[in-house]
Ligand binder design. Sequence first.
Ligand SMILES: *Cc1c(COP(=O)(O)O)cnc(C)c1O
Length: 426
Amino acid sequence: MSSIETKCLHEGWKPGKGEARQVPITQTTTFKYDTSDEMGKLFDLEADGYFYTRLANPTNDAVAAKICALEGGVAAMLTSSGQAANFYAVFNICEAGDHFIASSSIYGGTYNLFGVTMKKMGIECTFVDQTLPEEELAKYFRPNTKLVFGESITNPTVSVFDFEKFARLAHFHGVPLIVDNTFATPINCRPFEWGADIVTHSTTKYMDGHATAVGGCIVDSGNFDWLAHADKFPGLTTPDESYHGIVYAERFGKAAYITKATSQLMRDFGSIPSPQNSFYLNLGLESLHIRMERHCANALTIAKYLQAHDKVAWVHYADLPGDEYHELAKKYMPKGTCGVLSFGIKGGREASIAFMDHLKLISIVTHVADAKTCLLHPASHTHRQMSEEQLLEAGVQPDLIRLSVGIENAEDLIADIAQALEQVNC
Ligand SMILES: *Cc1c(COP(=O)(O)O)cnc(C)c1O
C-alpha cells in the first residue's frame, strides 16, 4: 500500500472471505486452548497467539498495526493513555541511576512525569532549551544518559522540533531519539525519516479526533542498534530473569524494544486500552488524513485573522510566514503543522481569560486536537501545577491561550472570535 491516505483506511485489519469488514471488537479477557502445553509455549514467547488481553488482544493489535504502518515503523503497542505511552517509552530503557534529556517545552503532563514522578524512581531528567545550538546541547550528555526526548510540535507553545539536530546529538552519544508526534500526526510529519528512533502518541488527540477515548501508542522504527551500545541498554542486551533469561535484542531483532515493552512493562504495569476504545480509535484513524487537511486550513485562516486584529498582542502558528518556526515547519511538515495555535490578547492574562468567557461556539475544555474547536488557558488549567519560573522555562506566557481549531466552517469560528474580542476592553 503506497499512500498514507489509503493506509488510514486499509492497514491493520485485513479481513478474509466472509469476515467482518470493520475491525471486530474482541471484548474478552482471555482465550481458549486445547492443551496445557500449547498455553505453556505462549508464556515462553515460543509460539504466537493470544492468551490474556493485558498482554495482547486482536482488536488492540490491529489498531497498533495501523498506526505502525502510518509511521513507517516495524512494531507498535497501544497503551491506555498518552501518559502511559511516554512513561513506558522511557522506562523501557531507563532504570534507577540513569539520566535522560528532554526538551523543556513539552506537554505539562509529560514534564511532571519526567521531572517529578520519574525522579522518585531514581531516573533523572534534564530539561533543555530546544533552541540552543548543538554544541551547547552536547554539554548536557552524561555517561549515564540513555535517551533524548522531544515533541514534534510542542504542546502548548507550538514550537517545531529540529529533528536533525537532536538526532545527530543523540546518535553521536549512542542513544535513541524518542519523539512524541501527537500534534503533527504521521499525516503531517514523518519523524523516522528525520532520524527519530521511537515515536509516541497520545491517540486521545487527532488520531481519535472526536473526544471519545483516551489512549496512547508507541512505535519503534527498528533503526536503533541496541547491541552496538550493549553496555548502555542491559535491559535489552542481557538476559531477562523474569522471562526465562531471554535476551530481547538477540531473540527479537528489530522488534526487541516493543517486545520488551509488551512482555515486561505491560505485563507488570497493565495500562492496556480496552478493545472497545481501540475500536473508536480506529474509526478516528480512518478519516485522519482529511481531518488534518481541514484542521490546518482552518487554523491558518484564523491565525491570519488574529494576527491582523488590533486587540491581539501576538500569535504563534508555525504555518504563518514570519513565525519563528516557519522554516523548520516548511522543512519537517510541508503539508502543514496542525490545528493548534497559541495567542495572547492585549491587556494580558485578565483580558485573555475574559475573551474566553465570552465565546459561544468555541468551548473551554481540557482537550486539544479535536474535531470541535476548543481552547484553554494553560497557566490556569493544564500547567497550573507549575511555578511562574517553570512556566516561563516551558515558554508558557501568562496570557497564552491555546486554541485548537476544529473542522467547522472557518467563517463561523471567526464570527465567534470576533464577537468575543469585541466585548473585551483592552
Ligand atoms: C495530551 C498529551 C499527552 C498525554 O496524553 P493523554 O492521552 O492525555 O494521557 C502527551 N503528549 C502530548 C503532546 C499531549 O498533547
